[in-house]
Ligand binder design. Structure first.
Ligand code: 2AM
Ligand code: CA
Ligand code: CA
Ligand code: CA
Length: 264
């Protein structure tokens, strides 16, 4: 497989899609809800996904595509080449803030992440990595992450996990919020993964993410030495929704052992 060619192709496709999204702010954006009133989708999410799929199917007919809006393939196994695509990660930000959203893409072969991309469209920050070749923000290589104690760490976590809920021991989350230096929530899993990879966040935790939210970001994060797993400490399955954590090496173990506890 000519990975250099696929890498250049994917980058140019993402840049073109980013341009389409920026132009879309001059058009009508129709907002609908999906699973619940706060789970948004727009015509632009769908159009951008279809744009990717039409191109990839034309130029790489043997590859499969797993996309959030469902225009791709029904993927039930990780065999072969799979493009895992979120056309807009952070749709609520896209609708309400017109910034802080990203195109997220990971290209996997037999379940192994080969290429990863996160494009913060309005910030024009393009994070990219090829397995074994380091991670980059635009043209700048990202440094390997060093160990940071929890007391000096900023944790990306949604405030809802501090309230009582059925998924996770919120008393432990309250302890975590007190023990760390600070918390942040950006509303785009891909951008939070990019922040961890660039050393601006020390960890990011989410209780329910899909393959397209994290596939690109995992490739980037692993190239700088971050650890990305489910809450059992296993590699994400990438076939369904799962809780997810990514963090600097030592911090990852500390968070899983002492603070992030799933209810039985
Ligand atoms: P999305 O914007 O592509 O839907 C914060 O909401 C983060 O969680 C975003 O990355 C969002 O991706 C993701 N997410 C995953 N499942 C979600 C859901 N059911 N509702 C809202 N956001 C979801
Ligand atoms: Ca969505
Ligand atoms: Ca998403
Ligand atoms: Ca999305």
């Amino acid at each position: 497989m000519n990975w250099g060619h696929i890498d250049r192709y994917a980058k140019s496709l993402i840049k073109e899609a980013g341009h389409q999204i920026r132009v879309s702010f001059y058009q009508q954006i129709d907002v609908e809800t999906k699973a619940d009133a706060n789970d948004l989708v727009t015509n632009i999410d769908r159009e951008v996904e279809r744009f990717f799929i039409n191109r990839i199917k034309r130029d790489f007919p043997t590859h499969r595509i797993l996309g959030e809006e469902g225009f791709g393939d029904e993927v039930q196994s990780l065999e072969g080449v799979i493009w895992m695509l979120d056309p807009i990660d952070g749709t609520m930000n896209f609708v309400h803030q017109k910034r802080n959203f990203a195109i997220s893409l990971g290209i996997y072969v037999d379940g192994v992440g080969m290429l990863g991309y996160i494009y913060d469209v309005m910030g024009d920050d393009f994070y990219h990595a090829a397995k074994g070749e380091g991670a980059y923000l635009n043209d700048e290589r990202l440094s390997q992450l060093e160990i940071t104690p929890l007391s000096d760490a900023i944790i990306g976590i949604n405030a809802s996990w501090v309230a009582p809920n059925r998924h996770i021991d919120n008393e432990k989350v309250i302890e975590l919020v007190k023990a760390c230096r600070g918390t942040r929530s950006y509303g785009s899993a891909a951008i939070e993964l990019a922040h961890v990879s660039a050393g601006r966040l020390d960890a990011y935790v989410s209780m329910r993410l899909s393959p397209w939210d994290i596939a690109g970001g995992i490739v980037i994060a692993q190239e700088v030495g971050a650890v990305a797993t489910n809450l059992k400490g296993e590699a994400p399955g990438l076939l369904g929704q799962e809780p997810f954590i990514v963090a600097r090496p030592g911090l990852h173990r500390d968070l899983l052992t002492n603070y992030i506890k799933l209810k039985q």
